[in-house]
Design a binder for this molecule. Structure first.
Ligand SMILES: Cc1cc2nc3c(=O)[nH]c(=O)nc-3n(C[C@H](O)[C@H](O)[C@H](O)COP(=O)(O)O)c2cc1C
Length: 186
């Protein structure tokens, strides 16, 4: 698959075959995800993989704010990534430049920014390896962190559900006209 096809044809998939995805394949996908850029190359994203159906079911039933669509997607999944990030690093240049040259950044924003980039890189890497994904943002971050025993210095960014796609690969939902989102500033 060439890069243009990869970018255009990755879709959010919500129906998966009951086939398991080998952990080795998920490891390969995470290794590809590691090539994502990150603030000061801190690489704060963490990929907590859950392929135990009992735990997935528990998250589906108790950690999606009662949003039935996400409950359904999770119960069909082969696995789910709890994408988390280490706090207190991105947004800062401490230790990277002379103290007098350091300028404060909005760390909460840059942490989420890093996590978002890591999230897309995981989805694209998975698609390149034949694995379908769907990002879930309607979740209860704190309940998930508690359920999986996330370290104190990490926060949950999103869930990424994954599996082998079942059924037809959908066309992309309509995108805005490019004129609506693009400005050349003279
Ligand atoms: C930050 C974020 C949160 C999302 N949350 C959900 C969600 O809770 N449930 C869901 O079914 N899809 C969710 N999606 C998937 C979007 O609905 C999907 O990306 C969008 O409709 C475009 O479709 P495509 O990914 O197939 O191109 C989310 C996507 C992103 C990036």
């Amino acid at each position: 698959m060439d890069a243009i096809q990869l970018l255009k044809n990755r879709r959010s998939v919500r129906k998966y075959k009951s086939q398991d995805i080998p952990r080795e394949l998920i490891t390969e996908i995470v290794k590809l995800s590691q090539f994502a850029p990150s603030w000061s190359n801190y690489q704060i994203a963490r990929y907590n993989i859950i392929d135990n159906k009992t735990i997935i079911e528990d998250i589906a039933n108790n950690c999606v704010q009662g949003f039935v669509y996400n409950t359904k997607t999770l119960t069909r999944a082969s696995g789910v990534v709890v994408l988390s990030y280490v706090t207190g690093k991105s947004g800062s240049l401490e230790g990277k430049v002379k103290p007098e040259d350091a300028v404060p950044g909005d760390s909460a924003a840059w942490e989420c920014f890093d996590a978002g980039i890591a999230c897309l890189q995981f989805c694209l890497s998975a698609y390149a390896k034949g694995v379908a994904t769907c990002v879930l943002g309607v979740i209860n971050n704190e309940a998930i962190a508690k359920r999986i025993g996330l370290p104190e210095n990490e926060k949950v960014a999103a869930l990424i559900v994954y599996g082998y796609e079942d059924g037809e690969h959908h066309e992309a939902p309509t995108r805005k006209e490019v004129e609506e989102i693009l400005r050349f500033i003279d």
